[in-house]
Design a protein around this ligand. Structure first.
Ligand code: DC
Length: 219
C-alpha cells in the first residue's frame, strides 16, 4: 500500500509551497490537484465555454484529455498532449478553475486520475477535497489555513516581487469569493475532514509549518 498525505485548505494558504518542501524532504512525489482543475479551466477558456453553463462545461470536459508526468521533481500537466504548465498560474485561470470545478463531470474525471496516481505512488497531494473525498484513507491529513488578510498579503507580495501591478483589496475580495464558492458548492466542498489536523499558518513561518507537518508524519 502506498503512503499518502492529504493537504486541503483555501486558496493562498501556502499548500503548494509546503507540500513541495515536504515531498522533497520525504522523497515522495508532490501531486498538485489544483493544477489539473486549472488545466481543465484553460481548456474551457480556450474553447470560449461560459462557466455558468453547467451543461456546456460537463459536455466539453469529455474532450479534454488531462494527464500528468514528472520531469525531475516538477509535475507537468498535459492537456491534449500539450505541456500547459506555463499557462496555469494566472488569476484568470484560477478563478475559472474554481467555477468549472463545481461540475460533477469535471470532478469525476480528475478524481479518478488522482486516485490512480495515489494508489501507485507514495505522495503528498494537495487540493480542496483530498482528505474528505479523494483519499479518505490517507495516513496523514492536514487542513492548512490562514486568515484571508494574511493570504491576500502573501499573494500581493508574490505578484509585486514579479513586478506585476496589483491591488491588495481586489486580491482579498477575489480570495474571499473563491473561498465562498469552494466551501459552499454542492459537490465535494472544501471542509476539514473529521480526522484532519488543523494547521493555521497565519502567524507561522514556512519552516515552522513544514516542521509541524513532518512531525505529524513521524507520529
Ligand atoms: O489550489 P488552486 O488555487 O490551484 O485551485 C484552483 C481551483 O481548483 C480551486 O479554487 C478549486 C478547484 N479545486 C478543486 O475544486 N478541488 C481540488 N482538489 C483542487 C482544486
Amino acid at each position: 500500500m502506498s503512503y499518502n498525505i492529504a493537504v486541503d485548505g483555501p486558496a493562498g494558504a501556502g499548500k503548494s509551497t509546503i507540500a513541495r518542501a515536504v515531498a522533497k524532504k520525504l522523497q515522495i512525489i508532490y501531486v498538485d490537484t489544483g493544477a489539473m482543475y486549472r488545466a481543465m479551466a484553460l481548456f474551457m477558456l480556450r474553447q470560449g465555454v461560459n462557466p455558468a453553463d453547467g451543461t456546456a462545461v460537463s459536455e466539453k470536459c469529455r474532450d479534454a484529455d488531462i494527464t500528468i508526468a514528472y520531469e525531475g521533481e516538477e509535475q507537468v500537466v498535459y492537456l491534449n498532449g500539450e505541456n500547459v504548465n506555463p499557462y496555469l498560474r494566472t488569476e484568470e485561470v484560477g478563478n475559472m478553475a474554481s467555477s468549472v470545478s463545481v461540475q460533477p463531470a469535471v470532478r469525476e474525471k480528475l478524481v479518478e486520475l488522482q486516485r490512480v496516481l495515489a494508489a501507485k505512488e507514495d505522495c503528498i497531494m494537495d487540493g480542496r477535497d483530498i482528505g474528505t473525498c479523494v483519499l479518505p484513507d490517507a495516513q496523514v491529513k492536514i487542513y492548512l489555513t490562514a486568515s484571508s488578510e494574511v493570504r491576500a498579503k502573501r499573494r500581493y507580495d508574490e505578484l509585486a516581487a514579479k513586478g506585476q501591478e496589483c491591488d491588495l483589496e481586489k486580491i482579498k475580495a477575489d480570495i474571499e469569493d473563491r473561498d465562498d464558492r469552494d466551501m459552499h458548492r454542492e459537490h465535494s466542498p472544501l471542509r476539514q475532514a473529521a480526522d484532519a489536523v488543523l494547521v493555521d499558518s497565519s502567524d507561522m513561518t514556512v519552516d515552522e509549518v513544514i516542521n509541524r507537518i513532518l512531525e505529524l508524519c513521524r507520529r
